[in-house]
Design a protein around this ligand. Structure first.
Ligand code: 5GP
Length: 205
């Protein structure tokens, strides 16, 4: 009864908690695959090559663009970020469900390439929490934080292009992870994902 894997795209403003929530979801649903992006940004303390990102020089990133190696790529706050094409295509073809967490324009580009992708917009319960979270993680300068907040406001205009909204309430992350899990489970049962052949086989069995 299973067709190609499902593609889940979690997006939303920087500081909404994408990284923490997607990590928690992957622990709960270990069969979900995760698409590691490439970036030209320098690694933060604790970030590992191939696990959090593939860290590339700008030159290598440009070469990958030229060889059509990305499904989508964006400049975000002075750095390049991109979704490697091969991994996503192979993983879905093999029937695995796959998660990724690009910024909002990247999410929309993914939807254009994979109209069946499920887009989830993640937001904090209060916009002011974005600033607090970015300050607390101490990985960006004040200017970078200001810039990320500006981008966050402009990203809100695309909210209605998404399929789901999940609110990551302060100190209630567990609930937001429950919500993400509920979306993944519900999407797997959608009728349009089952072709006539597999329904007929079920009927004939
Ligand atoms: P950060 O520097 O905080 O890791 O990421 C900055 C922004 O880039 C985040 O909003 C993150 O979701 C986004 N991002 C990470 N990987 C990709 C990607 O492959 N494509 C796009 N378009 N955005 C990405």
């Amino acid at each position: 009864m299973f067709g190609p894997g499902l593609l889940f795209v979690v997006s939303g403003p920087s500081g909404a908690g994408k990284d923490t929530l997607v990590d928690a979801l992957r622990q709960r649903m270990p069969r979900l695959k995760y698409s590691v992006s490439a970036t030209t940004r320098a690694p933060r303390p604790g970030e590992n090559e191939g696990e959090h990102y593939f860290f590339l020089s700008r030159d290598d990133f440009q070469k990958r663009i030229a060889s059509n190696g990305f499904l989508e790529h964006r400049e975000y706050n002075g750095n390049l970020y991109g979704t490697p094409r091969d991994f996503v295509e192979h993983t879905l073809t093999e029937g695995y469900d796959l998660f990724m967490k690009p910024e909002v324009n990247g999410a929309l580009a993914i939807k254009a390439a994979f109209p069946d992708a499920v887009l989830i917009f993640l937001l904090p319960d209060k916009f002011s929490h974005l600033r607090e979270r970015l300050l607390a993680r101490r990985t960006e300068t004040n200017e970078e934080i200001a810039r990320r907040l500006e981008i966050a406001h402009s990203e809100m205009q695309y909210l209605r292009n998404f399929d789901y909204i999940v609110i990551n309430e302060d100190r209630r992350e567990e609930e937001a992870v429950n919500d993400l899990e509920a979306i993944v489970r519900a999407e797997r049962f959608r009728i349009h994902r089952y072709d006539e052949d597999s329904i007929r086989k079920l009927e004939d069995s």
